[in-house]
Design a protein around this ligand. Structure first.
Ligand code: CO
Length: 167
């Protein structure tokens, strides 16, 4: 399997809508472990498949229940079933390196997904696990965190990154 590399804005793959995983095979398992390496190398806390050029519905995050562990979580074909409350979140993205801003997220979410063993899991997340889940989930829809900024701040943000990151 070839080495994966990080896709940086404005790579077109970051704007595509990802497709469901039909079958969890060894290819996916190898990919998620490579993604974990890449995430740690870049000091990230989550990484979605489109960020390594794969338009499929899966992502990984740190396990925020157990921050000290090397463990990471795998979310395949995730859905957000319920969302509650609003919270401000200062975010960055490995695909837009060096840029951060405050956006609004849901405080708590009820999600379902398959884990790497194909087991269907339903869980409620709050705090960082909820925020990172929403950020990575957006990647599967071709959405980047600055898309969530209010109009004027969004224009300023994109003006800056369009200047820095040229195609
Ligand atoms: Co991101």
């Amino acid at each position: 399997m070839k080495n994966l590399n990080l896709r940086i804005y404005p790579d077109d793959v970051l704007r595509k809508i990802s497709k469901n995983i039909e079958k969890i095979d060894s290819n996916i398992i190898n990919t998620v472990s490579q993604m974990d390496l890449l995430m740690n190398e870049n000091k990230g806390i989550g990484l979605a498949a489109p960020q390594v050029g794969i338009s499929k519905r899966f992502f990984i995050t740190k396990d925020f229940q157990d921050e000290d562990s090397e463990k990471f979580l795998v979310f395949i074909n995730p859905t957000i079933k319920e969302m509650y409350g609003t919270i401000e979140s200062k975010e960055g993205c490995l695909s837009i390196p060096g840029y951060y801003d405050l956006i609004k997220r849901h405080e708590k979410i009820l999600v379902s997904y398959l884990d790497q063993n194909g087991k269907n899991i339903e869980k409620e997340f709050s705090g960082m696990q909820s925020i990172v889940f929403q950020h990575e989930f957006d990647h599967l829809e071709g959405i980047l965190f600055p898309d969530k900024l209010p109009l004027i701040r969004k224009e300023i943000f994109f003006k800056k990154i369009n200047k820095e990151f040229k195609k």
